[in-house]
Design a protein around this ligand. Sequence first.
Ligand code: SF4
Length: 493
Amino acid sequence: MSDVWEGMGAPECLEEECGVFGVFAPGEDVARMTCFGLQALQHRGQESAGIAVGDGETVVVAKDLGLVTQVFDEAALAALPGEVAVGHVRYSTSGGSASWEAAQPHISAIDDVLIALAHNGTLVNTNAIRAQLVGEGVPFRSATDSEVAAKAIGYATRQTHHLREGIRYAMETLEGAYAMVLASPDSLYAFRDPHGIRPLCLGELPDGRGWVVSSETCGLDIVGARYARDVAPGEVVRINADGITSEQAVPAREPAACIFEYVYFARPDSIIDGQSVYQARRSMGRILAREAPVEADLVLGVPDSGVPAALGYATESGIAFTDGIVKNRYVGRTFIQPTQEMRQLGIRLKLNPLPEVIAGRRLVVIDDSIVRGNTSRKLVSMLRDAGAAEVHLRIVSPEVTWPCFYGIDTDTRDQLIAANMTLDEMNAWIGSDSLAFISLEGLREAVADVRHPGFCEACFTGDYPVAIPAAVAKRSFLTRREQEAGAAEARRG
Ligand code: SF4
């Protein structure tokens, strides 16, 4: 069945989404703080980076393609003085591939006042809103959902003369996942969709120097801010010279925080909704060891997210943990793409095994997820080439059988291996000696300490907290077998 999977467009693995950061701190170098915050969030997006700064009079934005350190140097930061800033790192999940126009923050004009918006997540209903705004003469520079949000807020603010009303209008109108930060010339706003799908937390700088918002707490840590709380679903937080205010702009709906943040997206040193990501990953490994035990000599984790889970699996199973795979941390999605020849080296660009550790040994290999399966297949082959006697794959997420429409790039069902093969077929195709996934109940148990009372689990269950438009569902929800059956039916008919 291998041909089925070669050369298709879906990502090899789950791609990160975006990261947002904001700071209100008069008298501080807010652009530099935002630059540091974005570096802490760089794992969430490597295609572009941007910072917008409000100086009390106006808002200025600087953004470009590349990593944070490629986009911002001393001169660029020195040109961004102000008291409030928002920043963004992007991986393109909506609006096509990387382009300057799609980079964020997006600027929107309210008469002669500018605002800048940075968005993590994906909106599912922007086509009609965009068409309406275009009809009203609102100009667009990109095809992104995030620019629609920025322009919708600007448009509604012009009508109502109140930025908070503009934000409320957007929150009432836009559907999907959003954690947003917005800078006006003198204020910072942070708001989150009514399900709280994507994370957003609030922190306070020492000595009353100001406030920080970030996709993850690792963004607070890097600027010395103390974690205060998470922004609540449907809440708008405003911070300016008058202090910090909170408003429930739209009613919270059934909680649906993305459970994959704990599995893969978030940094292990982050705390989301009260739960340590590192501890959650250790628990996933422990639970998986109970659910899917195997006779083996060594446990190893696929760096980075598989390593804490491998430690948990080793602790629970009593099998020794080892570092058997080394990661090259400096290969990423940058301007410099590997050549086709280099790409054929496959995952060796990123991962390299240690033959002296694994040769002749029976391995339990812990990974976070399987999307198309190609990476797992190459990994198993690479470990066998390095002399592994057996390779038993253990995955700390359940089978990904449905695409994500809330900020993760998993495309359509026909490209997800677990939606198209049985467990035995997957094991045979990947080439592992055995393959097992954690159960959904097991994953829930691993994040059980979390304060958030409900999760989005749609990529495992197809139960989407925000309805997916029928046209998108029609295109995205068919497995390969269902597509082939439909085509055969059409030929017969
Ligand atoms: S579908 Fe999956 S990846 Fe997407 S938000 Fe829901 S849990 Fe997260």
